[in-house]
Design a protein around this ligand. Structure first.
Ligand code: GDG
Length: 724
């Protein structure tokens, strides 16, 4: 039976070695709880690093045996691995880059090598457990290469990836020397998830520009696989925070803490130690608030929890020193004998004390400079069971896309954040209730369990969509059937599109000339059957490329025809009225003038606006503009505007490959017909074919054809096999 494997850098446990024995403490984090419904079932398992360096074989065995009871399996990492892969590439290269802290990026080949090696270690550990029909869900930026490593070994497995941190703009991504490998690693997955739409569109843009893979509404067609990229904003275990806030244990802490603090307005801030969280900015804002509003001195305090994190990394140590200095400065400046402005804790708290902080605070100040999602703000809202409280939230946190009823601020705008605190301190209770209730409703609905469900459902949907497309994939049995039919046929016909079918796409159209292998193949086919090249190319190019071959050629989608025995020049195969061209060309020229790299190609029945060489993005933008411009003109002239591969073509609708193919077959009695093509112009051919014809579309995409085939290489193999 197939199983599901969860993979993350860290296993959801903490491992402590005490008195010669390991103690395993499962984590109560939101993700671990949400995924509990998965990895604890049946044969399912969670694979990851247990967080300790266990070198001794005997101890390793002990860890393996204990973990399996918790439905987990370890990937053991050495001290060096942790230093170079985790602290190094993950936290000194990817983390700063993806959070837009380019000044902190460390570009070290040694880090990259370790990153690759550890991803490989994870891959091997998974392969020891996984089979080709399993589902593997990989988490986060430490394991970007893993999806493709797994795909290469388990081509049919269902592989998903979710990134918990932001995905940066292409401008940042392009700075990384390993950008291509990182993206290639990710597209090994069937489903790639991010917290927000912005992350998703940045990823799609980088994949388009760096890997050359385009997408349609988040679906990427990569070679022979459909990949979906989507946004899945992660939720929290809402009920847990709501229940905890109401529990006597939490309320006892609230009572105790409040007695110590006295009657004060409380601001809470909770973060891991990280420069992305904007902690120094926040302290400076609090100083500004007290400087400018003396009435708040003695009346408002900030509870600041900073959870120790990555303190082996230099930039984190520097940050810690900066925070210590700033807190020391403000406390020494404003403290009185019975009031301290900032209660600063550099440690983590047990859950109920955390819950008490949320519950008793009037305001949560969540102002990261960049954050994938940020769960703290969600936990604060869920803990406000009396609906009193105000959330001040940074626009740079993924959560701001959802929690629009918070006071949203730009964390770099000190004036703005200070005013937000003043606004929060004076907000009437009715408004507080209105805002908190609305946010609670949303958080309750989209909690962590719903997040897991939506993600897994989507993964299944993508697999179904893939299967749907692959159901038309040519398999050995069908190929054998075609071969047999071809061999006994007395009058076979082959209709072959050229670009994208017999040859792959090249940067410059003139570089896609037929290579020797193709010429020989076409010559052999021509000896066995009527072979027709049916293309959108101009007649001069086709004529030159296939000179001397015993084949028929249809150029410009059916405008021109040249029969194999024809001595004279090409004949006009369709009446062409080109009186419309002048008006349209003027419009197209205007768009050429505004768009460096664009050009117009004139064919007998059409005008084509090419933008392959235009700056990526600008070309699409101009094409859309031109499209809407031409749409109206086309109606008047009874023309058709069609979007192709980096081209926009305007043409007479009655001239197409289908019409040409029909004319060619008229009165003939073919007993075997095969038509091959790769784009929408070939769909006209497919539609025009009799029922018993073999119609085949190159690429796994929806089609009128009976079958799909992977790529031009596979087309050549198929044609060769007909001749065997
Ligand atoms: C990454 C992304 C994304 C904090 N202090 C204590 C404590 N915590 C818990 C909180 C919260 C968690 O830690 C912090 O989660 P965040 O989401 O705020 O931030 P990151 O750790 O940076 O997480 C982030 C997240 O992944 C999920 O995808 O939202 O953007 O950076 O749950 O409650 N828990 C306890 N004591 C503490 O003192 N018990």
């Amino acid at each position: 039976m197939s199983k599901t494997i969860i993979v993350s850098n860290r296993l959801p446990i903490s491992l402590q070695h005490k008195n010669g024995k390991f103690e395993f403490k499962p984590s109560a984090g939101g993700l671990a709880t949400g995924l509990g419904s998965i990895y604890k079932e049946g044969e399912n398992i969670w694979i990851g690093w247990p967080g300790n360096d266990v070198e001794d074989e005997g101890q390793r065995k002990e860890v393996v045996d204990e973990l399996i009871k918790l439905k987990m399996a370890p990937v053991f990492l050495t001290k060096k691995d942790v230093e170079l892969y985790y602290e190094g590439f993950s936290n000194e290269t990817i983390w700063p880059a993806f959070h837009y802290f380019t000044q902190h990026i460390n570009y070290e080949d040694e880090y990259w090598d370790a990153y690759w090696n550890v991803n490989k270690k994870f891959c091997d550990a998974i392969l020891a457990k996984a089979s080709d029909d399993d589902t593997i869900w990989v988490h986060d930026y430490q394991l970007l290469l893993l999806p493709m490593m797994l795909r290469e070994k388990l081509p049919n497995a269902t592989i998903a990836f979710f990134q918990h941190i932001p995905f940066p703009s292409y401008e940042i991504m392009r700075m990384l020397p390993w950008r291509k490998q990182m993206l290639e690693g990710m597209v090994g997955a069937d489903l790639i998830g991010f917290h927000t739409y912005d992350d998703m569109r940045h990823f799609l843009s980088a994949v388009g520009r760096i890997l050359g893979l385009s997408n349609e509404s988040g679906f990427i067609q990569a070679d022979n696989r459909l990949i979906n990229v989507d946004a899945f904003p992660m939720g929290i275990d809402y009920e847990k925070f709501e229940k905890a806030a109401l529990s006597p244990k939490t309320q006892n802490f609230v009572k105790k803490f409040k007695q110590t603090l006295g009657d004060q307005k409380l601001l809470i801030t909770i973060d891991r130690l990280d420069y992305s969280k904007g902690i120094p900015n926040r302290i400076k804002v609090f100083e500004k608030l007290l400087d400018e509003n003396p009435q708040y001195r003695g009346k408002v305090s900030m509870i600041m929890v900073v959870v120790p994190s990555r303190d082996q990394v230099q930039s984190y140590q520097t940050l810690k020193e900066e925070i210590d200095t700033l807190v020391g400065h403000i406390n020494s400046k404003f403290s009185t004998l019975n009031w301290v402005p900032i209660h600063y804790f550099y440690r983590s708290f047990p859950f109920n004390e955390l819950s008490a902080f949320y519950s008793m605070s009037d305001i949560a100040l969540v102002t990261p400079l960049r954050d994938g999602m940020n769960l703290v703000c969600k936990e604060f809202v869920a803990s406000k069971t009396d609906k009193k409280g105000v959330l001040i939230l940074s626009e740079m946190a993924g959560a701001s896309k959802e929690l629009v009823d918070a006071i949203l601020v730009n964390p770099n705008d000190q004036e703005g954040v200070t005013s937000a605190i003043v606004e929060a301190l004076s907000m009437d209770e009715e408004e507080q209730e209105m805002r908190i209730s609305s946010m609670q409703a949303s958080l309750k609905k989209y909690d962590i369990f719903q997040w897991v469900k939506v993600f897994m459902d989507r993964l299944q949907f993508v697999k179904e969509k893939q299967a749907d497309l692959e159901s038309k994939a040519l398999d050995k049995k069908i190929i054998a059937q075609m071969k047999k039919a071809f061999n006994v046929a007395k009058k076979p016909l082959l209709l072959l599109d050229y670009d994208g079918t017999l040859v792959g796409f090249k940067g410059k159209p003139q570089d896609a000339f037929p290579d020797e292998e193709l010429k020989v193949l076409v010559a052999k086919l021509a000896q066995r059957c009527q072979t027709v090249i049916i293309s959108g190319r101009d007649k001069e190019t086709l004529g030159a490329w296939f000179e001397g071959q015993k084949i028929d050629m249809i150029a410009e989608h059916g405008v021109w025809l040249k029969r194999k025995d024809q001595k004279e020049d090409w004949i006009l195969y369709a009446e062409v009225d080109d009186s419309w061209k002048e008006d349209i060309r003027k419009v197209m020229e205007y768009y050429v003038l505004r768009t460096p790299g664009a050009l117009i190609e004139e064919k007998h029945h059409s005008l084509v606006w090419h933008f392959r060489k235009v700056e990526s993005g600008l070309g699409d933008l101009r094409m859309r503009e031109l499209f809407s411009h031409l749409k109206y003109m086309a109606r008047g002239h009874n023309l058709q505007v069609l979007e192709g591969n980096k081209v926009l073509e305007i043409k007479r609708p009655d001239i197409n490959k289908g019409r040409a193919a029909t004319a060619m077959m008229k009165g003939e009695d073919y007993d075997f017909i095969m038509a091959l093509g790769d784009d929408w112009t070939d769909e006209d051919t497919f539609k025009a074919m009799p029922k018993n014809a073999y119609t085949i579309r190159v690429g796994y995409t929806y089609t009128q054809a009976n079958y799909n085939i992977k790529n031009p290489q596979a087309v050549r193999e198929l044609l060769k096999s007909l001749l065997e």
